[in-house]
Ligand binder design. Structure first.
Ligand code: FNR
Length: 187
């Protein structure tokens, strides 16, 4: 059997009815069998503060870092807040990046970014702000297909079922992502 890659999925919204979370869950069900997607929760991470990240870091920091280290690749699914990354997601990126020299984001593990919003722009600002941090953290992000998913009000019906119009895009995206992860992890 070919290798199964563990994917840490980080969702940039804490909202109970988050559409981005629904997209992440839909991607998990559409993923090829060589990917195992699991959402890594970020809502209980204390705001990053170097003073509390010394000899005895908060347990939530340690758990989060261990989950990243145990994964083979990352997938971000996020809304855009004020044309940038939501604070909770930036906080998680920062927590994962420390202690200095021991980033839990690893060196060279691949990632991809999906941004989704109710507006037409599809979270382009958040998507690219996130990529900027990933450049510094040496996390190569898949270039194509890009995923700026605008007008997300039609993606799921009231029962939470993914629309047939949206499904092919997510299928194409996750299939390309699986090939990207395989290529990067075997390079
Ligand atoms: C937003 N929203 C938003 N949308 C957008 O397209 N561009 C933006 O810059 C912003 N800015 C912004 C700031 C703040 C503080 C909030 C709370 C919201 C709207 C946002 O896309 C909307 O709340 C989505 O529903 C968030 O996605 P989830 O929670 O459904 O995944």
């Amino acid at each position: 059997m070919s290798q199964v890659y563990k994917i840490a999925v980080v969702v940039g919204s804490l909202r109970k009815d988050s559409v981005n979370r629904k997209i992440a869950l839909a991607l998990a069900t559409l993923a090829p069998s060589n990917l195992e997607l699991k959402i890594v929760e970020i809502g209980d991470l204390p705001l990053y503060n170097e003073d509390i990240d010394k000899d005895a870091p908060p347990a939530a920091y340690t758990t989060f870092r261990q989950q990243l280290i145990a994964s083979d690749a990352f997938l971000f699914v996020t809304p855009e807040y004020n044309r940038s990354v939501p604070g909770v997601l930036k906080n998680a990126i920062d927590v994962g990046s420390r202690p200095y020299g021991k980033s839990a984001w690893g060196g060279g593990k691949p990632a991809a970014v999906v941004s989704a919003s109710p507006g037409a722009v599809g979270g382009f600002g958040a998507n690219h702000n996130l990529r900027q941090s990933m450049v510094f953290l040496n996390v190569p992000c898949m270039q194509q297909p890009e995923a700026y998913m605008g007008n997300f009000g039609t993606f799921f019906d009231a029962a939470g079922t993914l629309s047939e119009q949206t499904k092919p895009f997510l299928q194409t995206f996750i299939t390309a992502y699986a090939a990207w992860v395989e290529q990067q992890r075997t390079a």
